[in-house]
Ligand binder design. Structure first.
Ligand code: CA
Length: 230
């Protein structure tokens, strides 16, 4: 997952965090959701985050305190505050707590995304993109590699979706055969290997030096790449 722009979303209300995480995912960011202030502080302190979107009203540790502690620890992570109360804004943004910008709830998604982009542009860490990412929309059954939509046969799509869902982990041949082809007995067949080689070709991947799909001998396959699913 290196090279992707990482956004920590600290929001305890799933009615806000879930659609927001999906929208941020569609923008191409890797999202980690924290449901309380303690977790937000942990994720934002790890050092690989590029932006913290921070609700002020969080359990365990409120957003203001998260903000203060991050700045006290010397973090220059850009922080975009979500607040329901406009009168809190002066305290949060500026010298007191050190947030960079704010959006008041209820907010328009387009506004929040615009502010997110603006903060990331001026953020301290230059993001170093490693290359095109794979993006999948499960419901529409569409997949993109960078800006290019992949033309995938149904089983190719299912196979890629499974590998992407389990990215970073080895998926066994048995599991693939069961989930994609609905059978176990075919697990010795060449069908799977053919589909893997087609996917590699469509992703411009090389079996001998794979960037995306790695063969784990005797076990199965592993997908390693920045990806997005929705
Ligand atoms: Ca809240």
């Amino acid at each position: 997952m290196t090279g992707m722009t990482r956004v920590v979303l600290a929001e305890d209300d799933p009615a806000i965090s879930e659609p927001l995480a999906r929208a941020l995912g569609r923008e191409g960011y890797a999202i980690e959701v924290a449901e309380d202030g303690q977790r937000a502080l942990e994720l934002a302190s790890k050092g690989d985050a590029d932006l913290l979107i921070l609700d002020l009203g969080l359990p365990l540790l409120d957003g203001l305190e998260v903000c203060r502690r991050l700045r006290a620890a010397g973090s220059d992570l850009p922080i975009l505050v979500l607040t329901a109360r406009a009168d809190e804004v002066d305290t949060v943004v500026g010298l007191d707590a050190g947030a960079d910008d704010y959006v008041t709830k209820p907010f328009r998604l387009a506004e929040l995304l615009a502010r997110t982009r603006a903060l990331l542009r001026r953020g301290p860490s230059e993001s170093s993109e490693t290359g095109p990412i794979v993006r999948m929309e499960a419901e529409a059954r569409r997949a993109w590699f960078g800006d290019t939509e992949l033309q995938l046969a149904p089983k190719e799509f299912d196979l890629l979706a499974l590998l992407v869902k389990e990215q970073g982990k080895v998926v066994s041949r048995d599991q693939i055969m069961k989930e994609v082809w609905g059978s176990r007995w075919m697990s010795s067949s060449k069908t799977l290997d053919m589909h893997i080689s087609v996917l590699r070709r469509k992703l411009g991947d090389d079996a001998t030096a794979p960037k995306f799909i790695t063969t784990v001998r005797g076990v199965g396959f592993r997908f390693d790449a920045p990806t997005l699913t929705s």
